[in-house]
Design a protein around this ligand. Structure first.
Ligand code: SF4
Length: 401
C-alpha cells in the first residue's frame, strides 16, 4: 500500500500501518513504541483538542488502546544521544582530533544522506552517535529485553516519527554483533498514526493521558527540544558545559542558537568556555546547509560544532507531519517544544534519573566500549542507494521511502 504526497509522483510514502496492526495482533511479540518529540506538536491539529490539549500522554494512551505493550518517549533517548554526542565533542575538541572542524550532528537522516552524496569528504566529521530513534531501538533490544526476560527477537521496536527519511534510516545495515536485525523494526509517521487512531474508532477527545512505562519513564526538557532546529545544539551545550565546568549553566544560557522564524535559516554564535572560544553554527533546510558548508569550504567561516536539520524548522516541520495547504506551522510547533522545556523540572540530559541509571547499570560511562558498540555507528558502512530506476518508456519510477 502506498500513498503519494509528491506533486510529480517522484516520491512514494510507504504505508506501514498494516505491519503494525499485525505486530499488535501477534501474541508472541512484545511491541514497544517510542514517540518522537515533534509528534506531540502536530498529531491533534485536525481535531477539536487543539495543540495544547494534544499531549504526548494522550498519544501513549491511544497506542495502548490499539495494542502496544510498552510506550516510551523518544525524548529519553534524545537525552542519551546528548550524553554520547556532547562527550564525543569534548573528546574530539580537547585531544586535537577537531583539526578538521567542525564536528557535525548526525541525528537527521535527511542531512546524513545529503552530506554523503554531496560532500563525501566531510563524512568523517559527522558525530558517530546514532540518532535518538536508533539508540532507543538498540536499548530496547539489549538492556530492556534483558530486564523483562525476553530475547531481542521477541521485541518489535516501533517509532512514531514526524519524518519520512526515518523509514530509510531504520533499514540501514547494522554491524554491532549484539543482536540480529535492526534497531527499529517499524517507523510510523504522525499522519499514519492519526489514520490508525481513526481506524480504531478512538475518540481522542475522551483520552485523559497515561504516563510512559518504566525503565525509561523520565526525560528532560533538553531531550524534548530535539524536535526543533537548534534544539540538539542547545541541549548538547548544556551538558558539555556541565562536563567541562563541573556545574550547570543557566538552562537558557545557549538560547541564541534557536531560530526565531522561518527567515532564520542559519544561526551563528560564539561562546567562551573555560577560556576557549567555541564557534557554533546551526542550519535548518538543505539549501541553508549547503550555504553553511560552502562558506566553511571556501574559508569564509570557521565553526567547531554544527547542527544541521534537513527540514525547515527541524523535525516539527518534517515530511510525516500533517499537511495544511498554504500554511507552514513548523515554527509555531517549535514554540510548543520550548514551552515544554521551560515547564520541565529536569532541563539537563545529564540530570535525567533514568539516564543516570542506564549508565550506572549498563553502559558505565558515555563513550564506553559498550556504549560504542550499541549507541554509535560507522557512516561509511552503507552506500547511498543507486539512481532511481526507469521503466522501458524512460519514466523514472517512484522511489519508496
Ligand atoms: Fe527527519 Fe526532517 Fe527531522 Fe531530519 S529534520 S530527522 S528529515 S523530520
Amino acid at each position: 500500500q502506498c500513498i503519494t504526497h509528491c506533486p510529480v509522483g517522484a516520491l512514494v510514502e510507504r504505508d506501514d500501518t498494516e505491519r503494525l496492526w499485525r505486530a499488535f495482533a501477534d501474541p508472541n511479540k512484545v511491541v514497544v513504541v517510542q514517540v518522537a518529540p515533534a509528534v506531540r506538536t502536530a498529531w491533534a491539529e485536525d481535531s477539536n483538542l487543539g495543540r495544547e490539549a494534544g499531549t504526548v500522554n494522550k498519544i501513549f494512551e491511544g497506542l495502548k488502546k490499539m495494542g502496544a505493550d510498552y510506550v516510551f518517549d523518544t525524548s529519553f533517548s534524545a537525552d542519551l544521544t546528548i550524553m554520547e554526542e556532547a562527550y564525543e565533542f569534548i573528546d574530539r575538541f580537547s585531544n586535537g582530533d577537531l583539526k578538521e572542524r567542525p564536528m557535525f550532528t548526525s541525528c537527521c537522516p535527511g542531512w546524513v544522506r545529503f552530506i554523503k552524496s554531496q560532500y563525501p569528504h566531510l563524512v568523517k566529521q559527522l558525530s558517530t552517535a546514532k540518532s535518538p530513534m536508533q539508540m532507543f531501538g538498540s536499548v530496547m533490544k539489549s538492556y530492556f529485553a534483558q530486564s523483562i526476560g525476553k530475547n531481542p527477537e521477541d521485541i518489535v521496536s516501533v517509532a512514531i516519527m514526524p519524518c519520512l527519511a526515518k523509514k530509510g534510516e531504520s533499514n540501514m545495515e547494522l554491524f554491532h554483533g549484539e543482536y540480529a536485525g535492526h534497531d527499529t523494526d517499524l517507523v510510523i509517521t504522525t499522519r499514519e498514526f492519526v489514520r490508525m487512531l481513526r481506524a480504531s474508532h478512538i475518540n481522542i477527545e475522551n483520552l485523559v493521558g497515561i504516563e510512559p512505562d518504566k525503565l525509561f519513564h523520565d526525560y528532560s526538557g533538553a531531550g524534548v527540544i530535539f524536535g526543533a532546529t537548534g534544539g540538539v545544539m542547545e541541549a548538547a551545550l548544556r551538558t558539555a558545559y556541565h562536563a567541562i565546568m563541573g556545574v550547570n549553566c543557566p538552562a537558557d544560557a545557549f538560547d541564541v542558537v534557536r531560530a526565531s522564524s522561518q527567515e532564520t535559516g542559519i544561526v551563528e554564535a560564539n561562546f567562551e568556555l573555560n577560556g576557549t572560544n567555541l564557534r557554533i553554527g546551526v542550519a535548518n533546510g538543505l539549501g541553508n546547509a549547503r550555504k553553511l558548508i560552502d562558506s566553511v569550504e571556501n574559508g569564509e567561516k570557521h565553526y567547531d560544532f554544527v547542527e544541521i536539520m534537513a527540514c525547515p524548522g527541524g523535525c516539527v516541520g518534517g515530511g510525516g507531519q500533517p499537511i495544511h495547504d498554504g500554511s507552514e506551522l513548523a515554527f509555531e510547533r517549535g514554540k510548543n517544544l520550548y514551552f515544554i522545556d521551560e515547564s520541565s523540572t529536569i532541563r539537563y540530559s545529564h540530570e535525567n534519573p533514568d539516564i543516570k541509571a542506564i549508565y550506572e547499570n549498563y553502559f558505565t560511562e558515555p563513550n564506553s566500549h559498550k556504549a560504542h558498540s550499541l549507541l554509535h555507528t560507522d557512516h561509511n558502512l552503507w552506500e547511498m542507494p543507486s539512481a532511481p530506476k526507469k521503466n522501458r518508456n524512460g519514466y523514472v519510477l517512484p522511489a519508496k521511502i
